[in-house]
Design a protein around this ligand. Structure first.
Ligand code: AHR
Length: 524
């Protein structure tokens, strides 16, 4: 046989062996079976005084050459406005239990130490008024964490009086002198942070006694927040899968179920990072498919944890009055080489976009119980939306996922049934496809579909009941590699692009690219 023909035949065999037809996944959406509201608050953010999260990320000061409004970066504000951030949890995290609000108001600010995060100095230039101004600029709401660990109920009560009273008390006058005569609104109040650990290493019973005191005395006086619009108080809840967290959840929920009239709570916090094991060792860039599969496998544990703690909550609160608030979640990787390890600096890749979509979908499926969540953290820390370096700013793949999901804010969950298929890497097998659907406040149907497989496209066929589709189009987010990212030099490597579905006999057909997040709306 001529040598050339042999080479040709071998090449043809190789192509035939490696080529596999795209897997097909069928989805069925029944619009008549609407579920719970997907609370917009599950798209909340977390901004702690940690590394360059606040300083440089949000706050550059009014004298900075970086364009700013009253010290707050304009580029960051514009980017955050576009993702409609519903709430921002502040000032921590572990930092909250060492934060003393008085040091962050008035003309002269005390310089303190940030002993949790790198031992650096804390100028307190970004304090209460700057936080409220920032929220106002981005169109968001306050989720304030009060200091239970090293503060007092009196300190926290006075902070709330300072913020919310319309009456001419000394604290109101001080607020007015500091530039804000009208009371602020504080819709969400966190009572401590990880009080079982960095927040004071408390036993469940000790924390419950603190919770009762803070809940009783830390009052909101804003007339606009009485009656049906009351500030929601969020208690510290579990932080992982260890038995002590089940015990903690039991203790808090039991106390609530047997409470006296004099205290109450409305939410129970849960923290869960995708880390695989502590200390965080996975690289945030420069990894391969094995690490991609390991991290995504680990992130899916979120569903089991929510099921576990929801089941405990159901025993004491079958009517689901208490929200499960996942107010710290996201990927936690090894610090970037050369960075201060206390600053939790990591990169953000297409893997994180997939991870974000999978978690948001889990929250949406638990929308009856999970009514708030806060990704950690908003800027320059852990799984961030935005990375800055002096005057430069870049939007991460995770940012684009949050942007694509904006239509799901306050939309009504619509169940989707599908056989997800599978994707296998080594000894890890994951559902190949994930999907959610929801009807927005105008009645428009939206679908999100994630193709987890980083190598193969997936053909999707969607049958719809209760709606006659005429068109379907939206955006898809994918990237050349699992660790592709946006950099200051190449900010558009991972950005959404337009996609449309074919409509055939009322069904939608489209191809999901490998490792992609796709959001489409259905035109009738
Ligand atoms: O997000 C970083 C830290 O993680 C928070 O400060 C703390 O609450 C958690 O352990």
């Amino acid at each position: 046989m001529p040598k050339l023909l042999v080479v040709f035949l071998l090449a043809a065999i190789a192509v035939t062996v490696s080529w596999r037809p795209p897997q097909k996944v069928e989805l069925a959406v029944d619009v008549s079976k609407a579920g719970a509201k997907i609370d917009r608050n599950i798209f909340g953010q977390f901004a702690e005084h940690l590394g360059h999260g606040i300083y440089e990320g949000v706050w550059v000061g009014p004298d900075s050459k970086i364009p700013n409004t009253r010290g707050i970066r304009n580029d960051v504000v514009n980017a955050l406005r576009a993702i409609k951030v519903p709430n921002v949890r502040w000032p921590g995290g572990c930092f909250a239990d060492e934060y003393h609000w008085r040091k962050g108001v008035g003309q002269t600010r005390a310089v303190t130490l940030n002993s949790n995060w790198g031992g650096v100095t804390e100028p307190n230039s970004f304090g209460t008024h700057e936080y409220m101004d920032f929220l106002n600029q981005i169109g968001s709401e306050a989720y304030l964490s009060v200091n239970v660990g090293s503060g007092t109920p009196q300190e926290a009560a006075e902070w709330l009086e300072y913020l919310t009273t319309p009456q001419t008390t000394s604290l109101q006058k001080e607020r007015a002198a500091n530039g804000h005569p009208a009371p602020y609104q504080i819709p969400y109040l966190g009572i401590g942070n990880e009080s079982w650990d960095c927040g004071g290493n408390m036993s469940p019973d000790y924390y419950v006694s603190q919770l009762k005191i803070y809940s009783r005395f830390v009052r909101n006086f804003n007339p606009a927040q009485q009656g049906n619009n009351q500030m929601l108080r969020i208690a510290v809840g579990p932080g992982g899968n260890e038995p002590r967290f089940a015990e903690w959840t039991e203790a808090v929920m039991k106390a609530w179920a047997t409470r006296q009239w004099s205290w109450d709570m409305n939410g129970l916090s849960m923290h869960n990072y995708t880390v695989v094991r502590w200390p965080p060792a996975f690289k945030s860039v420069g990894f391969g498919e094995t690490e991609y599969a390991q991290i995504l496998k680990s992130t899916l544990d979120m569903d089991g944890l929510i099921n576990k703690y929801s089941a405990i909550m159901d025993q004491y609160d079958p009517q689901k009055r208490i929200a499960l608030v996942v107010d710290e979640w996201g990927a936690w990787y090894a610090p970037l080489p050369g960075s201060n390890p206390g600053f939790l600096v990591q990169q953000n890749s297409q893997r994180d976009a997939i991870l974000a979509a999978l978690n948001l979908n889990i929250f949406a499926r638990h929308a009856d119980r999970v009514r708030m969540a806060n990704i950690a953290q908003m800027i320059n820390v852990l799984q961030s939306m935005i990375i800055t370096d002096k005057e430069k700013m870049v939007l991460t793949p995770t940012y684009y996922v949050f942007k694509m999901y904006v239509p799901f804010q306050d939309a009504t969950f619509v169940p989707v049934t599908f056989n997800a298929g599978s994707y296998t890497q080594g000894d890890i097998t994951l559902p190949r496809v994930d999907a959610i659907a929801a009807k927005d406040t105008n009645g428009k149907l939206w679908l999100e579909m994630t193709n987890v497989d980083p190598n193969q496209p997936t053909e999707v066929e969607v049958s719809l009941s209760g709606i006659t589709a005429k068109s379907a189009a939206g955006e898809t987010l994918t990237a050349p590699k699992v660790d592709s990212l946006n950099t200051f030099a190449s900010p558009n490597t991972v950005i959404p692009k337009a996609i449309s579905a074919r409509v055939q006999a009322g069904k939608l057909a489209l191809t999901l690219e490998p490792k992609s997040v796709t959001v489409i709306s259905v035109g009738q």
